[in-house]
Design a protein around this ligand. Structure first.
Ligand code: AMP
Ligand code: GLY
Length: 425
């Protein structure tokens, strides 16, 4: 099968790595990819948001499956676009339609969906410019801290946790005034939940589902979970507290009603669904849905997935997930992100990366990297490389990650040295 993978981050490198191991994958293209994905296929300079260009490539090359990594193309409707195109309809796109992707694309829609279907989530209300005054009155009486969320996609920056009422009012006004453009024309105000977060990934074929390995990501830039949020600084899988009992609750209280609620609205969800959960005294609450895999979670989830990824994607597309066995590797996995100095604020790109050939006993997934004219690898983003290791225990896996993180050199390199330490008791 000829496959086109869309995206250019660490998640996409992990996809490319895993897809290329499948005997079912005859040819793999990545648009646009990075310096790592090219080790497993052919990078093609196509913007995943340019559906015409993607469609043309699929026709010219006889691509038989398209896998979007990030949410952008899904929320913008790439799956619908293919379905509506007579010459492309036969090519499955592994991801939900725009309607189904509203679970991520509109937090207001997702909150309403959860409330209607009795899915545990923080209590919330939605306000617009028209209801701003009502919203301000609501805020002034709201218990602290107050969580404000831009409704639409805001590159992971649309959530602000306010510690004072003044801050909440200011932020609320700024959001409605367009701080995140149209994405914050509607603002969700919700209660703050206290607990540990974890990520559950589900493959859905419209009717059936399979749960993939569970992961926990480390979102803050600083050690001890300090400082601003990032795309993710590291991840571990499995998650010790997400035991069988917890996963049963996730399945019964979240996955089952999510699938049933979508079916009630005649929405068919095919693809990967990422449940961002928080464990509140033993009960899983939904913080957010995402219509794709996580990054950097994929960099620990796929190495632990003992199932052919092409077969899994094919089963998603054909509605045959019920008959597929999804096995989880017993090893424990950790990944540590090496990032550019200054990230998540302003940072420089183009730094030479050295030492890649010295790494051993780990997987290096490229995130923001590119090849220069001389074929050398350079930094090309905030998150640069994810160093993943598998071992019998977390301490062993983390030791491998950190030993290899040392060997890789580029100007401004930074990484958290406390990934997974909270779980080692
Ligand atoms: P999101 O973009 O929705 O994942 O939110 C970003 C981060 O904000 C989450 O990973 C949580 O750490 C935090 N967060 C969001 N909503 C809540 C909430 N209701 N209570 C506590 N923390 C939250
Ligand atoms: N690591 C969080 C995300 O992918 O959204």
């Amino acid at each position: 099968m000829k496959i086109l993978l869309l995206g250019s981050g660490g998640r996409e490198h992990a996809f490319a790595w895993k897809l290329s191991q499948s005997p079912l994958c005859t040819e793999l293209f990545i648009a646009p990819g990075n310096a790592g994905t090219r080790l497993h296929g052919t990078n093609v300079p196509i913007d995943p948001m340019d559906f015409e260009a993607v469609g043309r490539f699929v026709q010219e090359r006889g691509i038989e499956m398209v896998i979007p990594g990030p949410e952008g193309p899904l929320v913008a409707g790439i799956t619908d676009w293919f379905e509506q195109h007579a010459a492309l309809r036969h090519v499955p796109v592994i991801g939900p339609t725009a309607e189904a992707a509203r679970l991520e694309g509109s937090k207001a829609w997702a909150k309403n969906f959860m409330m209607e279907n009795g899915i545990p989530t923080a209590a919330s209300r939605v306000f617009t410019r028209e209801t701003q005054e009502e919203g301000l009155t609501w805020l002034r009486k709201h218990r602290l801290p107050i969580v404000l969320k831009a409704d639409g996609l805001a590159a992971g920056k649309g959530v602000v946790i306010c510690q004072t009422h003044e801050e909440a009012e200011r932020e609320f006004r700024d959001m409605l005034a367009g701080k995140f453009g149209e994405a914050s024309a509607r603002v969700v105000v919700e209660e703050f939940l206290e607990g540990i977060e974890f990520s559950v990934f589900v493959a859905l074929d419209g009717k059936h589902w399979q749960i993939l390995p569970v992961a926990k990501d480390y979102k803050r830039i600083g050690e001890g979970d300090a400082g601003p949020n990032t795309g993710g600084m590291g991840a571990v899988s499995p998650v010790p507290f997400a035991d069988e009992r917890m996963l049963e609750k996730v399945e019964e209280q979240i996955i089952r009603p999510t699938v049933a609620g979508l079916a009630d609205e005649d929405i068919v969800y095919k693809g990967f669904l990422f449940l961002g959960l928080i464990n509140v005294e033993g009960t899983p609450y939904v913080i957010e849905y995402n219509c794709r895999m996580g990054d950097p979670e994929t960099e620990v989830v796929f190495p632990r997935l003992d199932t052919d990824l092409v077969a899994l994607c094919h089963a998603i597309a054909t509605g045959s997930l019920a008959g597929l066995e999804v096995k989880h590797d017993l090893y424990e996995a950790a990944t540590v992100m090496l990032v550019s100095g200054g990230y998540p604020g302003a940072y420089e790109k183009g730094k030479l990366i050295e030492g890649l050939e010295e790494v051993s006993d780990c997987l290096v997934f490229h995130a923001g990297t590119r090849l220069d004219e001389e074929g050398r690898v350079r930094t090309n983003g905030g998150r640069v490389l994810a160093i993943t290791a598998l071992a019998e225990t977390f301490p062993q896996a983390l030791d491998l990650c950190y030993r290899n993180a040392e060997k890789i050199r580029f100007e401004g390199k930074y990484y958290r040295r406390d990934i997974g330490f909270d779980l080692m008791g």
